[in-house]
Write a protein that binds this ligand. Structure first.
Ligand SMILES: [Zn+2]
Length: 386
């Protein structure tokens, strides 16, 4: 048996297709067959199949990571295609986790792909990351980053965490218990009200491509066990000046999670200023068919379009008023006297946040349009330009 095992560690670990596919890795002494075998036996969970997740997923699958999990609750929107390169025109309206999974399988049939069309939150994050060798954060909000940090530190799973804003990218690697954690670096969760609205903040298309590719590179190094990583270092990349710097950071002796003074024993829940990791609103989700029925049967329906004014002007549901999400909290008092409120937006994402804001203000409502106006025929919208 000894000789067979030795063989399986070398040439027989790969079939003919893999031999051809991974040739450039085999040729690199730092990776070679042993490194490729480690990649094949490894599992990576990518949270967020958006701007960062797209290139990260593509490179991890191409590199031959044996098992890849994808978590995303969103659906593909036309405005994603400017940077989320794992999707094509035909994917618009499809669940991201499923569409991304399909693309990975066609890229590399040797990879086992698991798609989770769900929203990550403080409650499900512990079980979501369990069993993976590494987690790659492609989320766009602080709540998800802190939840991932907490879960990965508590379970000692390496986490490659990154964020982008306009032309700048930041990235670090958390490797508990040997490296400081995200809370050591940023002890305070930024105030939600001070955070930019995802829908309104622009981002230069190639930037998440660069940063997501860097994340994939760190993941491959960690899985193969080569080089030095960004553990304990924050990399800041500025695309406008095409320069990067890295800063060392240390354990925070007062860190609530990883210090001797730690108080956190399970991931903490934060109201996300920027969608994604916010727990699903309790408000019912209405299908387009359900809303259509309501619109014909109820006189006192209050339709609120929470997109921007310009989006509203380009076409909206008949009879709807517009209150952009960013203004909603200032308008709450004027909504208290209205009946049968239904909120909607372009894809159903902003309206979920709006529903959550209304509920926190104890304003009764019927629900949020699932999938947004993407589920509604353009021809039936009111106010469309000729
Ligand atoms: Zn810490």
């Amino acid at each position: 048996m000894d000789s067979t095992e030795q063989n399986s560690g070398t040439s027989e670990a790969f079939d003919k297709g893999e031999e051809a596919r991974y040739l450039r890795h085999f040729t690199l002494p730092e990776i070679g067959r042993e490194g490729q075998r480690r990649l094949k036996e490894a599992s990576v969970l990518v949270v967020g199949a958006g701007g960062l997740g797209s290139p990260a997923l593509l490179y991890l699958a191409a590199a031959g990571v044996g098992r890849i999990g994808i978590i995303d609750f969103d659906i593909v929107d036309a405005s994603n295609l400017q940077r989320q390169i794992i999707y094509g025109e035909a994917d618009i309206g499809r669940a991201k986790a499923l569409a991304a999974g399909e693309h990975l399988r066609s890229l590399n049939p040797y990879v086992r792909v698991e798609s989770y069309d769900m929203r990550l939150n403080a409650t499900n994050v512990m079980s979501a990351v369990r069993g993976y060798d590494l987690v790659l954060d492609g989320s766009d909000n602080f709540a998800a980053k802190y939840a991932l940090n907490d879960a990965c530190v508590l379970q000692s799973i390496p986490l490659v965490i990154a964020g982008i804003y306009r032309f700048e990218g930041q990235m670090t690697v958390i490797q508990a218990p040997t490296s400081p954690c995200y809370r050591c670096l940023f002890p305070e969760v930024p105030d939600a009200s001070g955070m930019p609205n995802c829908a309104e903040t622009g981002v230069a298309g190639p930037l998440p491509g660069i940063v997501g590719s860097l994340q994939a590179m760190e993941a491959v190094k960690l899985l193969v066990g080569i080089g030095s990583t960004l553990s304990g270092k924050l990399l800041v990349f500025d695309a406008l000046s095409m320069s990067s710097r890295s800063f060392n950071f240390d354990f925070d002796p007062a860190c609530l999670l990883c210090s001797a003074a730690a108080l956190i024993t399970s991931p903490m829940d934060y109201a996300a200023g920027c969608a994604a990791a916010q727990p699903a609103a309790e408000a019912p989700l209405l299908s387009a068919a359900e809303l259509r029925t309501m619109m014909t049967q109820r006189d006192s329906l209050t339709l609120i379009d929470v997109r921007e004014e310009a989006e509203y002007a380009a076409g909206h549901l008949a009879g709807a008023m517009v209150i952009p999400l960013g203004r909603l909290t200032q308008e709450l008092d004027s909504l208290r006297s209205l009946n049968n409120i239904v909120v909607y937006c372009h894809s159903g994402r902003r309206s979920l946040q709006a529903a959550s804001i209304l509920q926190q203000a104890n304003i009764p409502m019927l629900g949020s349009l699932k999938g947004g106006l993407l589920q509604w025929p353009d021809a039936e919208l009111e106010g469309r330009p000729e």
